[in-house]
Design a protein around this ligand. Structure first.
Ligand SMILES: [Zn+2]
Length: 112
């Protein structure tokens, strides 16, 4: 689904929009304050989409090769998959922790 996130320049709220055609983009306005000064947040959506794909393909019962563990994006994948199978909801806090474990140090170092 072409779902995009936009951040409001006035109140910094992030709103999600389904954008199918150019007209939809013109209608983007903050769901919090109604401001039209919105800028697209690309990374989060792209990241989440990619991760859900990885999660679907990931089989925790299959032995993983060395390459799997070299890829920092696979950190936390196993725990997530297991939790999903058990029907546990780890909540957004878990995502945050995994995310900071994956990227925290690198981001600090290079100030991305
Ligand atoms: Zn706003």
């Amino acid at each position: 689904m072409p779902i995009y996130e936009y951040e409001c320049a006035s109140c910094q709220a992030v709103s999600t929009f389904l954008i199918l055609k150019k007209d939809d983009k013109a209608r983007v306005a903050c769901k919090g304050c109604g401001s039209k000064k919105m800028s697209q947040v690309i990374s989060r959506v792209t990241y989440h989409r990619a991760e859900s794909d990885r999660l679907n393909e990931f089989d925790p019962r299959k032995p993983q090769g060395e390459e799997f563990y070299k890829d920092s994006r696979n950190v936390g994948l196993w725990a997530k998959k297991r939790a999903k199978e058990l029907g546990a909801d780890l909540g957004p806090k878990f995502d945050e922790i995994v995310e900071s474990a994956r990227t925290g140090k690198i981001l600090e170092k290079y100030d991305l």
